[in-house]
Ligand binder design. Structure first.
Ligand code: SDX
Length: 393
């Protein structure tokens, strides 16, 4: 009860106020997936193993992980008709709306398997989404650069397959850099879930109407697209390049932020929940330090980002507002060094977040207490009044 309206348990659950999946302590900077600290999972686990953990609640046995991986590997192909779907978009289309539309379109090929209350259907949809979203993402990128779409290579692991679909060419063999594949796998793990964030809440709200899993994920992708949410990793790169092009004076930019110039924020900083350093940002920064030395030794944007962080962390404007780097502050630098264009950064976030969205959808749809999301409101408009003829207005 908020003193104005009483929230019924069903609404509270659907509006995503209770879950067993992820725990965050924003003041202490703690993040755990199903009780396991993100630092341990990032170091010791893999993205598919973490995906299994988020969706099923326990770390898989060797047999379970092997079966899960094999099922996903065998579903990476798209229906040939769906490949033509990409021809309908302009070359310079942003890949996020393309991906969201493609996920919706994907569901039209499985119309007999969309019942959200049929467990085998939901499991098959889970496998199909985890397997095909990277293929769809790679195809969105290939169309934007006018290159041919490759077929998945099932001899490669999940991330290697995605990298080859993005950067491979039919005319020559693609050489996987194991360090890049390992780093991208870990970045996907860091993004895999984050409690009731904007896009996950969107998935739960849409799913509460008994919309199928594909429809709910498609909606989540568009919520993630916003620059205040997943779009921030691309906005950080734009901000750093803008500072560099203006002469590299980070203090001048920080002053523009503090003066609250319209549209000027310290992108990649601040968080609705973390009022301390985002534990994921700490891990990403260590990866950036290590990987960029190898991949982009002359990329001065990391140096600029580190200077910007240093200034902000010691400036009372940010300290008093408890603004710290979040997961998006350093990820874009790594994605750029891997060869991804800025437009693909939020698509990479979506691939990482997919298992978390799926886990939350399944938790919500299986909970008997769930009701359709229907937020109530406090009406603040005009009191009752009579219609006014147009000549009297
Ligand atoms: C993600 O929810 C999740 O978990 C999201 C996410 C996930 O994994 O799903 O963690 C991923 O979305 C991370 C956030 C990425 N977005 C950005 O980096 C964009 C820049 N950040 C901000 O826009 C902002 O910090 C938000 C949107 C993230 C949070 O906005 P809030 O809730 O308004 O922030 P706040 O209440 O803490 O703000 C307090 C003050 C305000 O100033 P005053 O009105 O008190 O003077 O801090 C200011 C805000 O204006 N502020 C910023 C700022 N963030 C907050 N000022 C400058 N730059 C910023 N980045």
């Amino acid at each position: 009860t908020t003193g104005m309206v009483t929230l019924d348990p069903g609404f509270v659950n659907t509006a995503a106020c209770s879950s067993e999946i992820t725990y965050i302590d924003g003041d202490a900077g703690i993040l755990r997936y199903r009780g396991y600290p993100i630092e341990q999972l990032a170091e010791k686990s893999s993205f598919l193993e973490v995906s299994y953990l988020l969706i099923h609640g326990e770390l898989p046995t060797d047999t379970q992980l092997r079966e899960f991986t094999q099922q996903i590997t065998r579903h990476t192909l798209l229906d040939e008709d769906l490949k033509r779907f990409f021809d309908g978009f302009p070359r310079d289309a942003h890949p996020m709306p393309v991906l969201s539309s493609a996920v919706s379109a994907l569901s039209t090929f499985y119309q007999d398997n969309l019942n959200p209350f049929d467990e085998p259907n939901v499991h098959l949809s889970t496998i199909r989404l985890l397997a095909k979203v990277p293929t769809l993402a790679a195809y969105a990128y290939k169309k934007s650069v006018g290159q041919p779409l490759l077929y998945p290579d099932n001899s490669l692991n999940y991330v290697e397959n995605f990298l080859r679909l993005c950067f491979g060419l039919p005319a020559e063999p693609y050489e996987i850099d194991p360090e890049v594949a390992k780093a991208l796998d870990m970045l996907f793990t860091l993004h895999a879930d984050h409690e009731q964030n904007c896009s996950t809440s969107t998935v739960r709200v849409v799913g509460s109407s008994e919309a199928n899993l594909f429809a709910s994920i498609s909606a989540g992708i568009m919520a993630l697209f916003g620059p205040l949410h997943g779009g921030a990793n691309a906005a950080v790169l734009d901000m750093l390049e803008d500072i560099r092009d203006q002469g590299g004076d980070v203090n001048a930019y920080v002053n523009r932020v503090k003066n609250k110039e319209p549209g000027v924020k310290l992108m990649g900083f601040g968080h609705r929940v973390y009022k301390n350093y985002d534990p994921r940002a700490r891990i990403v920064k260590a990866t950036a330090d290590q990987l960029l030395t190898k991949l982009a030794p002359n990329d001065h944007l990391l140096e600029l980002a580190t200077q910007l962080e240093e200034v902000a962390l010691h400036d009372d404007y940010f300290i008093s507002r408890k603004l710290y780097p979040n997961v998006d502050f350093y990820t874009g630098l790594i994605y750029r060094a891997m060869g991804f264009p800025t437009k693909m950064f939020t698509v990479l976030f979506a691939i990482g977040r997919l298992p978390g969205w799926i886990a939350h959808y399944r938790e919500m749809i299986h909970d008997p207490a769930t009701k359709i999301a229907r937020p109530r409101q406090v009406y603040t408009g005009p009191a009752e009044r009579d219609f006014l003829e147009i000549e009297k207005r």
